[in-house]
Ligand binder design. Structure first.
Ligand code: AMP
Ligand code: ZN
Length: 486
């Protein structure tokens, strides 16, 4: 087994990954709030965790990957308005129509980007009973209080024995100093307290009965309840975007501790933001690009359409913990790189083995693993894959050689990292049919070979010239003719 290190946002250090149970990984990632279409920034976070999921699977772990759907309870900033109910009211639709519309969109988009679905995709509305039970436990443990039909988590009381700020490294004293208490504006004892259950005002559409009256659960609670229900009171990995670290994940830790008296998560992982024009992509500011706009080219920030695989390659060229800025120039450059990689991958099956190897494939293969083992460093992995592209071209030109065993090892490693781990699909230049095209060109090359054997030079030249006219270059060599699409 490879030794994998993970940057743990709880300790701010890279740590060797040791699962709680040998051979198994439990991973929870916060899913989308389904009240509008996912933008490319959201996709980045889910894609990063898809790559992480894929690598664990490749290493042979049995992974239970839970990613939720937030379909209730997510309040707009600090108001009492929850995003889904508000949208349903404005559009005069059932909240579940809003939820259905954007859940379907989310699934379709992620499928286009070749994300593997999680093992379990629980919804907040499907776990109201469990959330009510968790609130009862926190109340019994003296770490929450009921006011006026709502229940709040008592952050100051919790902080007497535990550390509220353990993840975000925020000091509660600073928060208290910086908060203005607006008299009469809140039922909370302290502004730092957060809602476990909110009383539903008459205009609030999503509502459930509870021991505290009609209301709805607070957003942070669903993740605590669903992660521990499916992964246990303690589990290996919890992920999400950086912006969720505080308050969402800090609150999750506090709630779990308050219910189960243990720290819920061994490794906290946070993906960095996708920006555009230097600013975070976000739904609320309008500074975002939707996946469908990329596929059609219909957005003022891009000059043309790009395929999902090119976008995926663009994302994988950055480390998941680095900020990535989306721009037309950057994605154009990625498209060139992606095409170069896939052309080489297409050529690999044409390579002929030799009696000896002039390249140390074992060493190169380990370098690919080393990159991924170093906190999933996909840009370094891709640099190694381009080293592989160089090898492919040199072998094809007869300047380097590999034995049949090394050639097979080389092909498998390329396939593993390009398809299984990075999750790329082979449609260089946007054509899904590149493999079929390859087959057709092979037939023409065979006909040309037969024409030459029959000394039918007119026909052989015509096949060559017409292929060249289509941008398909032929290269005659000792081992036969190869081609490239230029
Ligand atoms: P939301 O639907 O707003 O709860 O967001 C779903 C996921 O997308 C969360 O993990 C966020 O952290 C993540 N996210 C939101 N904006 C961005 C962004 N600009 N770049 C990367 N991830 C983002
Ligand atoms: Zn969450």
């Amino acid at each position: 087994m490879q030794t994998l290190t993970i940057y743990n946002s709880l300790t701010n250090k890279k740590e060797i990954f040791k699962p709680l149970k040998e051979g198994y990984v439990g991973m929870y990632v916060c899913g989308p709030t389904v009240y509008s279409n996912v933008h490319l920034g959201n996709v980045r976070t889910f894609m990063s965790f898809d790559m992480i999921y894929r690598y664990f699977l490749h290493l042979g772990y049995k992974v239970r990957y839970v990613r939720n759907i937030t379909d209730a309870g997510h309040l707009t900033d600090d108001s009492d308005e929850d995003k889904i109910s508000t949208k349903a009211r404005l559009e005069k639709l059932e909240p579940m129509e809003i939820v259905q519309r954007y859940t379907v969109d989310f699934h379709q988009i992620l499928q286009k980007f070749n994300l593997i679905p999680p093992s379990i995709e629980p919804t907040a509305t499907g776990h109201i009973v469990e959330q009510i039970e968790a609130i009862k436990t926190i109340l019994e443990n003296g770490l929450a209080y009921e006011v006026n039909g709502s229940v709040y988590f008592d952050v100051l009381k919790y902080n007497e024995t535990e550390n509220y700020g353990i993840l975000s490294k925020r000091k509660i004293e600073d928060a208290i100093e910086n908060t203005r208490v607006l008299e009469g504006q809140s039922d909370k004892k302290n502004p730092q307290d957060f809602a476990l259950w909110k009383k539903a005002e008459p205009k609030h559409i999503q509502r459930w009965d509870s021991p505290w009256g009609i209301g709805f659960p607070g957003w942070h609670l669903e993740c605590t309840v669903m992660s521990t229900k499916y992964l246990g009171e303690q589990f290996d990995i919890h992920g999400g975007g950086m912006d969720l670290k505080f308050p969402h994940h800090e609150c999750e830790i506090a709630q779990s501790q308050a219910c189960n008296h243990v720290a819920p998560v061994k490794y906290w992982m946070h993906g960095n933001m996708l920006t555009m024009n230097g600013k975070k992509m976000s739904k609320s500011t309008g500074n975002n690009i939707l996946p469908n706009e990329i596929f059609t080219g219909d957005n003022k920030n891009i000059s043309k359409a790009y395929t999902a695989s090119v976008v995926r390659f663009f994302m994988m060229q950055a480390h998941y913990r680095s900020i990535l800025d989306f721009s037309d120039d950057a994605i154009l450059a990625s498209e060139k790189g992606y095409n170069r990689l896939m052309e080489a991958v297409n050529l690999i099956n044409n390579l002929k083995p030799s009696s000896s190897s002039s390249i140390d494939i074992k060493k190169w293969k380990q370098q690919c693993y080393d990159a991924m083992n170093d906190d999933f460093n996909t840009p370094i992995l891709i640099a190694n894959l381009f080293e592989g592209v160089k090898f492919i071209n040199l072998i094809n030109d007869g300047k380097e050689s590999l034995t049949i065993e090394d050639l097979n090892k080389f092909k498998t490693t390329i396939d593993t990292f390009v398809y299984d781990v990075l999750g790329l699909e082979n449609n260089a230049d946007g054509a899904d049919n590149s493999n079929k095209l390859g087959g057709v060109v092979e037939i023409l090359l065979q006909l040309r070979k037969e024409a030459r054997e029959n000394k039918d030079w007119a026909l052989s030249d015509r096949i060559r010239d017409e292929l060249i006219a289509l941008g398909i270059q032929l290269k005659d060599g000792k081992e036969g003719t190869t081609f490239s699409v230029g």
